[in-house]
Design a protein around this ligand. Structure first.
Ligand SMILES: Cc1cc2nc3c(=O)[nH]c(=O)nc-3n(C[C@H](O)[C@H](O)[C@H](O)COP(=O)(O)OP(=O)(O)OC[C@H]3O[C@@H](n4cnc5c(N)ncnc54)[C@H](O)[C@@H]3O)c2cc1C
Ligand SMILES: NC(=O)c1ccc[n+]([C@@H]2O[C@H](COP(=O)([O-])OP(=O)(O)OC[C@H]3O[C@@H](n4cnc5c(N)ncnc54)[C@H](OP(=O)(O)O)[C@@H]3O)[C@@H](O)[C@H]2O)c1
Length: 378
């Protein structure tokens, strides 16, 4: 059955469990979602799209700041007639301010918006992004009580609430008719307000086993395992929530008795608090599904140890796996980790493969072209 944004499968949560332990600086959770009877199918490497609803308290704060009646009927971005409250709850992106909203507010607030209105010029894009970091629509409304909006006018400045993607952390062969996710709950404080990531806090705080969760699969075509009969080794690099697809990979390889060797790099802040799925990896090692596990706990000592440091420490073996045709998979943070892991890969090729900087770049480019260097980073 093909589910998509217009026709999502309405799933239900069956289990939620903390993965990080009390005392951790993070809040990362494991979710199990029931797919019984849906006919929904996926492969390791795919992601699940989840359509959340917004935080109802934030909706009420917005209505109060706007001095608007939540029962006013408006046309929602879905083109349906609904109350303003329902529209803000279900259909609109009500946290990050869009330029359309800021432009209209700047017109309404006049001189009152002098602090930021100049940043709306196209050449000030980076300055605007800096200014907006940690600021939400509610902050602008509270800062400009002089600007008043009609209900429909306000809704028209908002973008549609989009789905969030999560790498699937289970294999259908191990858990038929279920999908598992590994999600870091996004919360932070800025400008004196507690902020909540829309979808991760929906999953963590606002649902139970009865809540409808609209979902569908988005295929991770570039993030596929080799055929189980194929002896190609795999190297999986997944710090933090980047571990999710590799849990699915190892479940799948156990179920299919995959022939090739497998090496996993995992890292997070502290071993005692943030070692995600710590009880599972030992069995894979014992059973020969996983051949090597390297761990990088960044905050267990007074200097940082990251996955790329472990790659470099094992450079000779990493190089020999590469020369044996290994596929390298990287999943997790795009902004810093994926770049540094890429650098470490180049350095291993230079140092162990005796290549120059340019030759190493060409080697890595060839890995990419041969689909032996695959990334799923966000
Ligand atoms: C292919 C793919 C796979 C993914 N897989 C996973 C996964 O397996 N697990 C997982 O947890 N996530 C995964 N993600 C990320 C996930 O889709 C969401 O982006 C994430 O859960 C945050 O969504 P949210 O709705 O909770 O937060 P949002 O409401 O989207 O808020 C997040 C935004 O808040 C802002 N923000 C965050 N922290 C701060 C701060 N300290 N100060 C100021 N602003 C801040 C940033 O602008 C950030 O973009 C994946 C993404 C992709 C594209
Ligand atoms: N807002 C931000 O700045 C920020 C940063 C990272 C992740 N995120 C987002 O937060 C969510 C949860 O993150 P997560 O739990 O998946 O893991 P994560 O925060 O990316 O952290 C996992 C591990 O990676 C380490 N790390 C940090 N920088 C690294 C680098 N340059 N190279 C290699 N490892 C590095 C972290 O160490 P230390 O924390 O000790 O440095 C930690 O041990 C994701 O959605 C991610 O995109 C946001």
């Amino acid at each position: 059955m093909a589910y998509n944004l217009k026709n999502p499968y309405i799933a239900k949560l069956t289990r939620a469990e903390m993965l990080t332990k009390p005392g951790s600086g993070k809040d990362t959770r494991h979710y199990e979602i029931d797919l019984k009877g849906s006919g929904m199918e996926f492969l390791p490497g795919d992601s699940l799209a989840v359509k959340a609803t917004n935080c109802p308290e934030l909706v009420e704060d917005l209505l109060q700041a706007l001095k608007l009646d939540g029962d006013t009927v408006v046309t929602s971005p879905t083109k349906e007639e609904k109350t303003l409250r329902e529209t803000l709850f279900r259909d609109c992106a009500i946290t990050a301010p869009d330029k359309k909203f800021l432009k209209l507010l700047a017109e309404k607030a006049g001189n009152g918006a002098a602090e930021w209105a100049g940043l709306l010029e196209p050449e000030k894009k980076a300055d605007l992004a800096d200014y907006l970091w940690g600021r939400e629509i509610i902050d602008f409304l509270l800062a400009h009580p002089e600007a008043s909006f009609e209900a429909q006018e306000f809704v028209s400045t908002l973008k549609k609430l989009t789905v969030r993607l999560y790498s699937i952390a289970s294999s259908l062969k191990a858990y038929p008719e279920q999908v598992h996710l590994t999600v870091a709950t996004v919360t932070y404080e800025s400008f004196g307000r507690k902020r909540k990531g829309v979808c991760s806090t929906f999953l963590a705080d606002r649902i139970d086993e009865t809540t409808p969760i609209p979902t569908f699969i988005t295929p991770g075509k570039g993030f596929r395992l080799p055929d189980p009969e194929d002896e190609t080794p795999i190297i999986m690099i997944g710090p933090g929530t980047g571990i999710a697809p590799f849990r699915a990979f190892l479940q799948e390889r156990r179920a299919t008795q995959a022939k090739g060797k497998a090496w996993l790099f995992f890292g997070d802040q502290r071993r005692d608090y943030d070692y995600l799925y710590d009880t599972e990896w030992g069995d894979y090692l014992k059973d020969g599904i996983l051949h090597r596990l390297d761990l990088a706990f960044s905050r267990d000592q007074d200097y940082k140890i990251y996955v790329q440091h472990r790659m470099k420490e094992a450079a000779a073996e990493f190089w020999s796996w590469l020369e044996d045709g290994a596929i390298v998979y990287v999943c997790g943070d795009a902004s810093r980790m994926a770049k540094d892991v890429d650098r470490a890969l180049h350095e291993i090729v230079m140092e162990e493969g005796g290549r120059s900087e340019e030759e190493a770049a060409a080697y890595v480019e060839q890995l990419r072209k041969d689909k032996r260097y695959r990334r799923d980073v966000y």
